[in-house]
Design a protein around this ligand. Structure first.
Ligand code: APR
Length: 317
């Protein structure tokens, strides 16, 4: 069987980390596209030169020509500008809006059958724009946010309970912004829901509230520390989990930004909900029952995404 081909649009911090992980996990060959093709080619060559040491044979190439992504099985999009201190994800709207049109055109022309994962922020709007402009089926165009937000939530919970991250599951819904909705009721340690752990005296509600708040602002905490750019290791790992679920038909249940089509009583925009990812792309959207408070928080998050889509439309790009 021929190797899988994975195209990375954007060869910056996340793009380079993605390529390295694809090599280490032997997921396939890599083509990195960037408006700075030398950077893409340099990173591709550097990572390929680690193959003999780490034992992987992936071919990696960097390019400034979209034709090189032809036939890609998966495309992961990080093209655009990262956040700087003091910026919200939404502040990136005007900077990254124009980029999505070019990327959509490239994918539509050369890799229309690919499974496309968007990482560029503001995520929910950018992935919506990518799907609209490329015309690819919505079940093949998803946004990476929930896996990252859940991973942050899992880490903070594991630290609080002093247990392995492996035994913590977490559930985060909504847009990838300050209005995201971490659902503690569906977050567990080895199946024990967090509210039960509060009752068992493992922690307090105040501490859980602080962890929820830290999760919602998890990206900003890193932007502040880095001072020049935004998180890249955990975002790359999260997108790779999604790509792996598709390439290996794992049917993983992962929180992803997807186009709603009547689910949760909503339609025609992207927001983070749990979905099944397999060889068919988004194979199923999971509709959980909300408490009234959760519904209010989810609606608020959806409203924030919808407002940003309206702002995007006004830009006329
Ligand atoms: N086409 C292709 N690549 C582009 C384009 C474009 N039109 N515009 C910019 N790029 C490239 C840049 O040259 C750069 O190499 O995108 C890359 C972005 O890399 P970084 O600046 O290192 O940003 P990164 O940390 O990888 O984040 C990328 O993901 O998480 C989001 O908010 C983050 O939107 C940002 C994106």
């Amino acid at each position: 069987m021929a190797r899988k081909k994975i195209a990375l649009i954007g060869a910056g911090n996340i793009g380079g980390t993605l390529a390295h992980l694809i090599g280490l996990k032997q997921l396939g060959d890599v083509v990195m596209f960037d408006v700075f093709p030398g950077v893409a080619a340099g990173k591709a060559l550097d990572i390929m030169q680690s193959g003999p040491v780490d034992g992987f044979d992936s071919n990696m190439a960097g390019t400034g020509d979209y034709a090189a992504i032809a036939g890609a099985d998966v495309v992961i999009v990080t093209a655009g500008f990262p956040r700087m201190p003091g910026m919200s994800r939404d502040d990136l709207l005007t900077k990254n809006a124009g980029v999505m049109g070019q990327v959509a055109e490239g994918i539509k022309t050369y890799a229309p059958d690919a499974f496309v994962i968007c990482i560029t922020n503001p995520l929910d709007v950018m992935v919506w724009a990518l799907q609209q402009k490329s015309g690819l089926p919505a079940n093949k165009v998803v946004g990476m946010a929930g896996v990252l937000d859940s991973s942050r939530f899992r880490l903070f919970l594991a630290q609080e309970f002093n247990v392995s991250v492996e035994d913590v599951t977490a559930f985060v819904l909504g847009g990838h912004g300050d209005t995201m909705v971490p659902l503690t009721r569906y977050s567990t340690v080895a199946g024990i829901p967090v509210p039960d752990l509060v009752k068992m005296g493992w922690t307090t509600q105040e501490k859980i509230d602080a962890i929820v708040n830290r999760t919602a602002n998890g990206g900003g905490e890193i932007v502040k520390l880095l001072e020049k750019g935004s998180a890249f290791y955990a975002p790359a790992a999260s997108a790779i989990a999604m790509a792996e679920a598709y390439l290996l038909d794992k049917k993983r249940v992962l929180p992803c930004a997807v186009m709603l089509n009547g689910e949760y009583g909503l339609s025609d925009f992207y927001v983070g909900v749990p979905v099944v990812i397999g060889a068919g792309g988004v194979e199923r959207i999971v509709e959980v029952q909300f408490t009234p408070e959760e519904k209010t928080a989810f609606d608020k998050s959806c409203d924030a995404v919808k407002k940003l889509i309206e702002d995007f439309k006004k830009l006329g790009v």
